[in-house]
Design a protein around this ligand. Structure first.
Ligand SMILES: Cc1ncc(COP(=O)(O)O)c(C=O)c1O
Length: 363
């Protein structure tokens, strides 16, 4: 029996979540966001499974090249665009589409010959991360329309800063700024990320850009993935390596942070920060053992963590421990709950998975 942690990736859940995105936005094209190794799920396997997406989005050119080298022919959008002439030439060579968010990128396009590229003009409507300020959009649009290196009409896009909070007025305000900025401009629109797509109907335009929802986590601060019928794609699992019979007053792990309040069994599970499980996970961060809830205790070390087994009297060495996702018999430990307890978000937990975690793809 191996105790090594494994991440089971359920590709049919991934496709279910894409189909759900389509049901919410039936008139939109789906730009599946698969940057950062498909949010830690494995970019190639995810791209192959998401055949039904209309196009893919990645952050950096290296991610797009990895897809092209593996034979992915679908349209790919670089969400950060290109940073220099070499990247632009690679983008032309590999038929990538570009987000254009600053004047330097227009200048680069004006200086190259060769095959024209599809571009998405990014407008900063309040995120203040990437994009042209609304007052500069007309001029950027005109330059792109006149540029021989640009194919067709730019897609007009913006990104939402607060769509995860359905009570926030920010999303409505960003939409109004977007409308004003693009009022006289021809071209398709794209506003929604996962939260926009599910929770803000006005943001469902020609293109939607789902990311986190495809992987089965909730994009909202106040609801769980199951509230939206999203299915977990990654299930992170390990096993109990050993069980210690500890006495009242004995401590567990580095720094002796956890002190046993009574005689109790402590399970030692084979996963730690060397696998990407966060070291700062606090006491009682939930796990499932044989479909029963238990909580971690003591500091997470590089390869191991401790679990309070008082609620799992029948747990034994070798039993599987589910950190998040779906257990063998279908019980779910929501990643959103774990993330909240740890003070993080599902996005980060997924992306942290270390290379030594064994990924198993199931269809
Ligand atoms: C420009 C852009 N669009 C869409 C997304 C997808 O967002 P989400 O994962 O919240 O759906 C991202 C992710 O950060 C993004 O940067």
């Amino acid at each position: 029996m191996s105790c090594a942690p494994q991440a089971r990736i359920d590709l049919s859940a991934l496709r279910h979540n894409l189909a759900l995105a389509r049901r919410y936005a039936p008139d939109s094209k789906q730009l599946a966001v698969i940057k950062a190794n498909a949010y830690g799920h494995g970019i190639l396997r995810v791209a192959q499974a998401l055949e039904a997406a209309d196009a893919f989005a990645v952050a950096r050119i290296s991610e797009a090249l990895c897809l092209r080298e593996a034979g992915i022919r679908k349209d790919i959008l670089l969400l950060e665009g290109v940073n220099n002439r070499d990247e632009l030439q690679l983008a032309q060579q590999h038929r990538l589409q570009l987000v254009v968010h600053q004047a330097e990128q227009i200048r680069l396009l004006q200086q190259v010959a060769g095959d024209p590229l599809g571009v998405w003009l990014k407008i900063d409507t309040g995120m203040h991360r990437l994009g042209f300020r609304p007052e500069n959009v007309q001029s950027a649009y005109r330059q792109l329309r006149e540029c021989p290196a640009v194919a067709g009409m730019p897609v007009l896009m913006t990104h939402l800063a607060n769509a995860d909070d359905r009570a926030s007025a920010g999303t409505g305000e960003q939409c109004r700024r977007f409308e004003r900025a693009v009022a006289d401009l021809e071209g398709e629109h794209s506003i929604a990320n996962s939260a926009g797509l599910l929770g803000w109907p006005a943001t469902r335009r020609h293109w939607v850009r789902p990311g986190i929802m495809l992987y089965g986590a909730s994009p909202f601060i106040d609801s769980r993935a199951t509230d939206w019928d999203l299915q977990p794609v990654m299930s992170l699992e390990t096993r109990l390596m050993t069980i210690n019979e500890c006495k009242k007053g004995e401590t567990v792990g580095y720094g002796s942070r956890w002190c046993c309040p009574e005689d109790m069994r402590i399970g030692i599970a084979a996963i730690g920060y060397g696998d990407g499980y966060p070291r700062h996970a606090p006491e009682h961060t939930p796990v499932l053992i044989n479909n029963r809830r238990a909580g971690i205790v003591g500091r997470v070390s590089m390869d191991m963590l401790g679990i309070d087994l008082r609620e799992c009297p029948e747990a034994k060495r070798g039993d599987p421990v589910l950190l998040w996702g779906k257990g063998i018999e279908g019980a779910i430990q929501p990643v959103d709950e774990v993330a909240e307890k740890i003070g993080s978000i599902a996005y980060e937990l997924f992306c942290r998975m270390a290379p030594r975690v064994n990924f198993i793809y199931q269809d």
